[in-house]
Design a protein around this ligand. Structure first.
Ligand code: NAD
Length: 478
């Protein structure tokens, strides 16, 4: 197998490697589905064999607790692999469609054609699963891939390189490591599909580059996911779920609750429950939070400084620290922090927080909460804690979001049969399972004319009175 470690040094070779993939992608069109399934099975074995390597790599990248890696990276990928392996034959088979009255003598089907050569660019926050999950969809659909993991998690990126190199030839899966300069170089190439996971700002750059070649895109972006807690919610349960979803991965989760909208009557009770839960989660022996082995760190100094400045700005402008607030630059540590009275004109309320800081806003009427959500960009996720079905249904219908989870957080991403993705600013296109497979597929209609002469002959020019009269009768009939 011809394996090359790709870095910025070998950027000039990129067009040649992509041409190799183009050639190979044509050969892949003849491959039986069973062969794709075998590739996915080999990926599964690799993931199982390298469980501790994956845990180690992500721990070295940002001290993510190994147990969190098991649940949110390894289990996630294995579930996706199992689901795709089980259903791929059914998804990839031709779908025959009926013959409409207007097209007698024809037969038609939808063919699920691989797009060809796809570029997948991943972020750092779930560095393994966000690279491997779209890659699974791309392989399931029969594509060749160039994979660009994040430069911010070098240990995991290196492991992904090793994974690809041990499972696939370079003309089928090529890992190119590097920063935005490398990504830009890749974006100059005429790919058949771009699958990008990352920030909304970079998503716009990706879409502009895609426009040059009219390449289709899937953009899995970020945003501010609101969480409503109404007066009927079970406050203790809500606090536990919110604290888990927000502070897992130290808040660096695209669908973490970004801010809370809490009914004024349960505002104080929720803060008390959050305080108790955070002690239970991260200080079970009363040792300081920073000693908890179950709490991750901010990925790098740049993001640590961004969060520290945003926290400082909010406090200067009048926010109160209800819980936490401590930080240590030496370890890029920020304690789980809950803020109240956060003014609207500060970074924490204007941009995606993407860190362990949780602003809480009070509301008095549901309409006020819904109006607040609708006055901002459409979020990636929307969470509702309420015992009232009427309220759950009202919020879901009156607001737009990539996905909704009721009386829980995050879990909707883990259902293999649900599409995952954003809407407008939070993303374009869907991923996971069948929806991921479709994203990397051209759903090609194929029609065959089985009769020599057909009914459509009667509509050919010249458009005589007889043709017009037949058309009039047909239109009346419909
Ligand atoms: P990012 O946008 O900074 O980087 C993502 C990838 O894009 C990296 O591989 C990076 O090298 C590359 N990149 C950066 N600048 C680029 C440029 N100018 N041109 C081309 N490529 C460029 O995002 P990040 O900081 O790695 O990740 C955090 C963001 O990702 C958050 O906004 C989060 O919400 C979002 N996210 C979304 C999902 C989702 O599924 N929707 C999942 C995880 C993270």
């Amino acid at each position: 197998m011809d394996i090359v470690q790709t870095t910025t040094a070998s950027m000039d070779l990129i067009p040649k490697w992509i041409e190799e993939q183009k050639q190979h992608s044509l050969a892949l069109r003849d491959e039986p589905i069973e062969q794709r399934i075998q590739k996915l099975k080999r990926m599964k074995q690799w993931v199982k064999r390298h469980r501790s390597d994956i845990e180690d790599a992500i721990y070295q990248d940002f001290r993510k607790p190994r147990y969190e890696t098991d649940g949110s990276e390894i289990l996630f990928v294995l579930q996706e692999l199992n689901h795709v392996i089980k259903h791929l034959k059914e998804w990839a088979s031709l779908t025959k469609v009926k013959v409409p009255l207007t097209l007698p003598g024809t037969s038609s089907h939808v063919q699920y054609e691989p797009k060809g050569v796809c570029l997948i660019i991943a972020p750092w926050n779930y560095p393994f699963q966000l690279m491997v999950s779209p890659w699974i969809s791309a392989i399931a659909a029969g594509n060749c891939c160039v994979l660009k993991p994040s430069e911010m998690t070098p240990h995991t990126s290196e492991l992904i390189f090793e994974m690809a190199a041990s499972l696939f030839p370079r003309n089928e899966a090529l890992v190119i490591q590097g920063d935005e300069e490398v990504a830009q170089k890749l974006l100059e190439q005429p790919f058949d599909h771009l699958f990008f996971t990352g920030s909304t700002a970079v998503g716009k750059i990706i879409m502009k580059s895609a426009a040059e070649h009219l390449t289709s895109v899937t953009l899995e972006l970020g945003g501010k996911s609101p969480t409503i807690v109404d007066e009927t919610a079970d406050i203790e349960v809500a606090a536990k779920k919110i604290a888990w979803g927000k502070f897992m991965n130290a808040g660096q989760t695209c669908i973490a609750p970004d801010y809370l909208l809490v009914h004024e009557s349960v505002h104080d009770a929720l803060i008390n429950s959050l305080r108790a839960t955070l002690r239970e989660f991260y200080q079970p022996t009363d040792a300081p939070v920073e000693q908890s082995p179950d709490y991750a760190r901010i990925v790098n100094e740049k993001h640590f400084d961004r969060l520290r400045e945003a926290l400082k700005e909010a406090i200067t402008k009048g926010a109160s620290v209800a819980i936490g607030g401590q930080h240590q630059s030496a370890h890029q540590f920020i304690a789980p922090t809950v803020l109240t009275d956060v003014p609207e004109d500060c970074t924490l309320m204007e941009e995606e927080i993407f860190g362990p800081i949780l602003p809480i806003k009070k509301y008095s009427t549901l309409m006020e909460a819904v109006d607040y959500i609708n006055s901002r960009s459409k979020p990636l996720a929307q969470y509702i804690f309420s015992e009232e079905e009427r309220v759950q249904e009202y919020i879901t219908r009156r607001t737009s979001a990539g996905g909704v989870c009721i009386n829980d957080v995050i879990l909707h991403i883990a259902h293999p049969e649900l599409p995952f993705g954003g809407v407008n600013h939070s993303g374009i296109g869907k991923s996971h399972g069948y929806y991921g497979f479709l994203e990397f597929t051209n759903q090609k209609p194929v029609m065959a004319q089985n009769w020599g002469t057909t009914m459509t002959n009667v509509f050919y020019p010249p458009y005589t009175d007889q043709v017009k009269s037949i058309m009039n009768r047909v239109l009346r009939w419909f």
